[in-house]
Design a protein around this ligand. Structure first.
Ligand code: BES
Ligand code: MN
Ligand code: ZN
Length: 490
């Protein structure tokens, strides 16, 4: 989807935006005059009032070169937010995606930010994942290829679009990685995909199994040992700060390319969704792409642990004791609690190698977080109030919202083990909090750290979400980019 900003409307489809209370959007006034009042008549006939979500489509209106004109309600002016504009841009792009229109102009954004948010909505709503369809009928193929935002301060809108466009790049990459089938995206091929980001100036390093063995990563490697695919740890470095030596922010992601549960095998229903169990890593990889694309003035290192959790003669068993790279031992009580086993070795490596100023990890870690928060909020567990509030604010600003959850030593007793330093599950109660507490045991010297459990939001229904196509949401890159932009740049 090509996005542009320009001064005058001239497209197959032209959308005029108006607030509630305008019988015809003010932005459509001259178009209405040119059409001898056809637009006003159509608006009246459709009982258009500018309410949020109202759209009147007029085909082939007299006096216009456009093949369709749309009158679009934004709702009450004092209630309009970035979300209003994103959803409006998204609704229009989706409506016209296969309509036959090739170009869409949107007229009537009230500000530079509104223009950029309209563009973001249109761009993200146009996302499709059709790579594996060979049977698409011509009339089901997208026609809309270009959306322009018309009017206002064009140069300023273009400037505001730079960061948002980079976040859209990251979001689309995260969605692509999520959507890929697990036979295609497995740890080895995934690592190669990440390597391609070097063309953006990222430094990418891939650790294979011998390299991880040398580092003693018995925990991550344990999870991968039931798979015929080799596990990988991929490190992406972006050193955009003036001081290239300044301690980086570390972003850590769970990248389980398929989670069968292992020997503690999951039930069959919906198991196919577990191709999305690399959602945390997709968020990190997408964010690194966004940061490099817009040349963020920050040092950020992304680390993702890529493994496949399979049942096999060589798989880990309940009862096995694994030794982590940090030296702590873990009794495997349930092989389906594998995400934390992967993460702790990556967290250790992040600290050992990169001495980060702060760490944020993302993971589709627990089903329990979906029960607690549903599919809107991600759960945040943090040892640092400042970092937690930075995450909350960034989430609100970008519409990838989070809710803070308790991190507390009171949960420690649930993960104590009779045979090892700890066990990898804490029972039915507070499943997300015991998982977070497990991770915290691997955070050294009170390094500011936050764990974001995205199991509820990484994939979800696209119903009533204009910017999403359904399933992979692409949650993460926009949140992470905003955290960096607001708190970690020169
Ligand atoms: N990948 C799952 C968590 C998950 C579940 C993500 C549903 C998205 C949707 C994770 O590896 C897992 O299986 N967790 C277990 C932990 C339990 C065995 C302690 C869970 O949540 O049931
Ligand atoms: Mn699992
Ligand atoms: Zn998992």
């Amino acid at each position: 989807m090509k996005i542009t900003f320009k001064d005058a409307a001239k497209a197959d489809a032209i959308a005029y935006l108006g607030f509630e209370g305008e019988a015809v959007p003010a932005s459509a006034k001259s178009a209405d005059e040119a059409s001898n009042g056809v637009l006003a008549k159509a608006a009246e006939a459709a009982r258009f009032e500018g309410k949020s979500g109202q759209v009147v489509e007029i085909l082939a209106p007299a006096g216009s070169e456009a093949s369709r004109v749309l009158l679009v309600g934004l709702g009450k002016e004092d209630k309009a937010t970035d979300r209003t504009y994103e959803n409006t841009g998204a609704t229009l792009a989706k409506k016209l995606q296969t309509s036959g229109a090739k170009t869409l102009d949107i007229v009537g954004a009230a500000s530079v930010d509104a223009s950029a948010r309209l563009a973001l909505g249109a761009r993200l709503a146009s996302y499709r994942f059709d790579n594996y369809r060979t049977d698409k009928k011509d009339d089901k193929k997208p026609t809309l290829g270009e959306v322009a935002i018309v009017g206002g301060a064009v140069k300023d809108a273009e400037a505001a679009w730079v960061r948002l466009s980079a976040t859209a790049d990251g979001t689309e990459l995260a969605r692509d990685l999520m959507n890929e089938p697990p036979n295609v995206l497995q740890p080895e091929t995934y690592a190669e995909r990440i390597k391609e980001l070097e063309s953006l100036g990222l430094e990418v390093e891939i650790l294979d199994e011998p390299a991880m063995q040398k580092l003693g990563m018995g925990s991550l490697l344990g999870v991968g040992q039931g798979s015929v695919k080799g596990s990988r740890l991929v490190v992406m470095k972006w050193n955009g700060a003036k001081d290239k030596k300044a301690a980086p922010l570390a972003l850590v992601g769970k990248g389980v390319t398929f989670d069968t549960g292992g020997i503690s095998l999951k039930p069959g229903a919906s198991m196919e969704d577990m191709k999305g169990d690399m959602g945390g890593s997709a968020a990190v990889v997408g964010a690194m792409k966004s940061l490099a694309t817009r040349k963020a003035k920050a040092n950020v290192v992304g680390l993702v642990g890529l493994v496949e959790n399979m049942p096999d003669g060589n798989a880990i068993r309940p009862g096995d004791i694994l030794t982590t790279a940090a030296g702590k031992t873990v009794e495997v009580q349930n092989t389906d609690a594998e995400g934390r086993l992967v993460l702790v070795d990556v967290l250790w490596y992040a600290q050992e190698k990169h001495k980060p100023r702060a760490i944020i990890d993302l993971a589709t870690l627990t089903g329990a977080i979906m029960i607690a928060l549903g599919d809107e909020f991600a759960g945040v567990f943090s040892n640092n109030d400042e970092l937690a509030s930075q995450i909350e604010s960034a989430g609100k600003a970008e519409g990838e919202i989070t809710w803070r959850m308790p991190l507390s030593t009171t949960y420690d007793k649930q993960i104590d083990s009779q045979f090892a330093d700890m066990r990898n599950m804490g029972g039915r109660l507070a499943g997300s909090a015991t998982a977070a507490q497990f991770l915290q045991r691997f955070i050294e010297n009170d390094t500011p750290w936050a764990h974001i459990d995205i199991a509820g939001v990484a994939w979800r229904s696209g119903k009533n979400r204009p910017m999403e196509a359904g399933w992979a949401s692409g949650y993460g890159p926009r949140l992470l980019d905003r955290i960096v932009a607001d708190n970690f740049e020169d």
